[in-house]
Design a protein around this ligand. Structure first.
Ligand code: ZN
Length: 349
């Protein structure tokens, strides 16, 4: 489901002092991104002329032994050239992630910006010019961050945004009212368990075991009506058993194509989004504790929602009203195996 996100690379070649002629060769379907980049600069008082740029597609892009989604190269002899890997997740996940890839490379090739890996207290990157490939803003729920990242792209010294701070730490104390509590002591809640061609699902000794037998994406779901006018939390305890695959907490859909997904894998790679709205946000390097249960938490508070792993704040997004009442647990990119020791929904006050 989630394609691999590759780092962005800058590769400057300085070979010679020869003068060169300007070359402009951009595939016509990419011209709207160039026009948008120029318009975003102009809206910020910067008049850009882009007349020396070559963009080419390259599959399985690899720069000095490192897989990359994009690379910018230039020298005094060669034109400013961007290579884009259309097989990368950065290209394929959504038009928003594609824009971020192209704007990042234009940051190098047009604005002469270099990488910065500065992060805010919220662990959001300061700049679209970060060296790694995770998605920073999304098409809907995390669209609100786009304007900041474009402001910063054209002016590195702008002030940090409000969401650079952790607005809703996990430790905030709420009084709770349980809506649904599942400890997997038995199957009195009538989940669909058993063996199928693709999965093996068991509930035994306080553990739900979910195995996928191939690389498909599968869900363990139920319908639960949640009053969305209230604040609430969905949480589960998750242990990765297999080396590969990802797990997901999902919610708010009427079917698989509009479920909201909170994906995580054993290596600490996170993706948030849905098939309907597209990918909204990615993060790597999350401290997943292997061999133990990890606390995966989604909270809707007011008009926002917040995501946490083991009580660590990950992300704030705008709350989008649910499309349906399906909630549950997902597995994918297997064969894979996960264990879940509880799954619960509480109203928070
Ligand atoms: Zn780069």
């Amino acid at each position: 489901m989630s394609r691999k996100l590759f780092p962005f690379l800058l590769f400057i070649l300085i070979f010679t002092n020869c003068k060169k002629d300007k070359v402009y060769a951009v595939p016509k379907e990419l011209q709207p991104y160039i026009d948008s980049f120029i318009a975003e600069a102009k809206a910020r008082g910067i008049n850009l002329v882009i007349d020396d740029l070559v963009i080419i597609y390259e599959k399985n892009l690899n720069v000095n032994g490192v897989d990359a989604a994009g690379v910018c190269t230039f020298s005094k002899k060669d034109p400013h050239t961007i290579k884009l890997d259309t097989t990368s997740g950065n290209w394929q996940n959504s038009l928003s992630s594609r824009e971020q890839l192209i704007f990042h490379e234009l940051g190098h090739c047009v604005l002469n910006r270099e990488h910065t890996d500065i992060k805010f207290a919220s662990d959001n990157y300061k700049s679209i010019m970060k060296p790694t490939g995770e998605q920073l803003y999304g098409p809907v729920a995390a669209l609100y961050k786009r304007s900041y990242y474009l402001d910063e792209l054209f002016n590195e010294s702008i002030p940090a945004p409000s969401w650079s701070n952790i607005e809703s730490p996990y430790t905030t104390v709420y009084s709770r009212m349980a809506l649904f509590t599942e400890n997997f002591d038995d199957n009195s809640n009538n989940w669909v368990i058993g063996n199928s061609t693709n999965t093996i699902r068991t509930i035994e000794n306080g553990i739900f075991s979910f195995k996928s037998l191939n690389n498909g994406n599968y869900i363990f779901d139920r319908n639960l009506e949640i009053d969305q006018t209230k604040d609430f939390e969905i949480e589960m305890g998750l242990k990765f058993i297999s080396l590969g695959g990802f797990a997901a907490l999902f919610y708010g859909g009427s079917n698989v194509s509009n479920l909201f997904n909170f994906y995580l894998d054993k290596n600490g790679n996170l993706n948030l989004g849905s098939l309907l709205t597209g990918f909204e946000y990615g993060q790597t390097g999350i401290a997943v504790i292997n061999g133990q249960f990890n606390k995966i938490t989604y909270r809707k508070i007011g008009s926002n929602c917040f995501f946490y792993v083991n009580g660590k704040y990950l992300e704030k997004q705008n709350f989008i009203p649910f499309y349906g009442n399906k909630i549950g647990i997902g597995i994918g990119a297997g064969p894979a195996e996960i264990n879940v020791d509880y799954f619960k929904v509480d109203y928070l006050e």
